[in-house]
Design a protein around this ligand. Structure first.
Ligand SMILES: Nc1ncnc2c1ncn2[C@@H]1O[C@H](COP(=O)(O)OP(=O)(O)OP(=O)(O)O)[C@@H](O)[C@H]1O
Length: 288
């Protein structure tokens, strides 16, 4: 349960400005889903919060403090599982527990890891398998189990179900939502990046749409416990249908704007080349 506060957050990779002034305050215990075009900086924002990239300490606060590098209080789940391939799936959970709970012996670590294996609906036999011998869905369940087992107040999930089939995705969405909702008092704060409007509608307490890089936040929507959509009503509730239409419109407008910008940039580049050719032609004529 950690509050996250971005105040005019700017970030550049070398000379490429990716975040151009993100202003966003997430209250502790919220499930925030980020939408936005590819390349707008969603993963970058998560990496900054995870401490994998360095931000200006005044511009990003987690739990009221600047982010100084990675922490087991802010684990991240990636799209590509992120399990160590040379360790069994179970050991992948145990090694994280060993780092966080130094006083635990290996029996305690295994007991807790197995509890999370069960919580994620995984068969206990899979515990001793190497990640390469598991299905994509099973690997991702282990990755989620590892993140939840750390009992961190803030979870960062970067398109965690992006490479899974529809049924596995739906099952995992329900599992994550159940695990998050079960904690009534001390709910984790979850920051979740997705490309799917429907996934955001299903999971989020708060939906945030980021504009194109250098990005700012261009739209937010908050649900209450009462208005938060349920899977059963995702395609029938008129207010959810209206919101879905609006989100698609915002995203489609962004796509149209980006297409226009790319077209203009291409025309400029071609115009530049033609002008250079023309100048060279006149220079040669003058010289001869
Ligand atoms: N390590 C890096 N070094 C340099 N540039 C990077 C690095 N990581 C990302 N970028 C660039 O930063 C921009 C934002 O990337 P980012 O991955 O944050 O976008 P995104 O919104 O998560 O995209 P997607 O939805 O496709 O995953 C892109 O132009 C990308 O090429």
């Amino acid at each position: 349960m950690l509050e996250v506060s971005a105040n005019n957050l700017h970030f550049a990779y070398d000379s490429e400005l990716v975040l151009g002034g993100i202003d966003y305050q997430a209250k502790a215990g919220k499930f925030v889903c980020f939408l936005g075009l590819s390349g707008c900086g969603k993963s970058t924002l998560l990496r900054l919060i995870a401490g994998l990239e360095k931000s200006d300490p005044r511009q990003l606060l987690v739990g009221g403090k600047p982010v100084n590098g990675p922490s087991l209080d802010r684990p991240m789940v990636f799209q590509d599982y992120g399990l160590f391939p040379w360790m069994t799936a179970g050991d992948n959970i145990c090694i994280a527990l060993k780092q966080k709970y130094k006083e635990w012996d290996k029996h305690k670590r295994k007991e807790v890891a197995l509890e999370w294996v069960h919580n994620l609906g995984l068969d206990e036999d899979l515990y001793e398998k190497l990640p390469m011998n598991l299905s994509g869905g099973q690997r991702q369940r282990f990755a989620v189990a590892r993140a939840f087992a750390l009992d961190a107040p803030l979870l960062l999930m970067d398109e965690p179900f992006g490479s899974l089939d529809a049924v596995t995705t739906a099952l995992l969405q329900d599992t994550v939502l159940d695990l998050w909702q079960k904690e009534k008092e001390n709910r984790k704060t979850i920051f979740f990046v997705t490309h799917s409007v429907d996934e955001a509608l299903l999971l989020a307490t708060d939906i945030v749409v980021m504009g194109q890089a250098p990005s700012k936040i261009i739209y937010t929507h908050s649900f209450t416990e009462e208005t938060k959509p349920k899977r059963e009503s995702l395609y029938t509730d008129p207010t959810v249908l209206d919101l879905r239409t609006l989100l698609y419109k915002i995203i489609n407008d962004e796509i149209a704007e980006k297409a226009q910008r790319l077209k203009a940039e291409k025309a400029n580049a071609l115009g530049g080349k033609a002008n250079t050719k023309k100048s060279l032609f006149f220079l040669r004529r003058k010289a001869s």
